[in-house]
Design a protein around this ligand. Structure first.
Ligand code: CU
Length: 139
């Protein structure tokens, strides 16, 4: 019984610790016209740990269809394309920002409202989840 308690406790401590590896700042969802069915989310992902982290997905209960994207030149045109993961090196910050990497929200079911806040989850390649919030912002 005692052992089970310790296993449970160390699991809780481990998950709490795992959550501290990443700090999200500057998160914002781009406000788009009501007719738009897609938008982007931008954020800075800081990795405070000693090992590289691969962000494998971004998700939200409010937005069932999300992807990680990058902007890239293709036949002299800037195009978006899906990426398998976003690398955040040890003790470094990776920015998801306009013109570069971003989270894509597809198939919006209802128009976004300025200043509305939603919760998102970043999941790394080891299946650790990192929660953060982002507000709908006009820019
Ligand atoms: Cu995109």
């Amino acid at each position: 019984m005692k052992n089970i308690f310790f296993i449970a406790l160390s699991f809780v401590l481990f998950s709490l610790h795992a959550n501290e590896k990443i700090e999200v700042t500057n998160s914002k969802i781009r406000l788009v016209p009501p007719a738009s069915t897609a938008t982007a989310i931008y954020l800075d992902i800081k990795n405070t740990s000693d090992s590289d982290i691969k962000i494998a997905s971004i998700s939200s209960q409010n937005f069932p269809e999300m992807e990680l994207h990058e902007m890239a030149m293709e036949n002299n045109m800037m195009r978006m394309r899906k990426v398998e993961f976003v690398l955040v090196k040890a003790k470094s910050t990776t920015q998801l920002k306009p013109g570069g990497l971003h989270g894509m929200i597809l198939n919006l079911k209802k128009p976004l409202v300025k200043d509305e806040e939603f919760e998102f989850i970043l999941t790394d390649s080891a299946k650790n989840n990192f929660k953060f919030k982002a507000k709908v912002t006009a820019f």
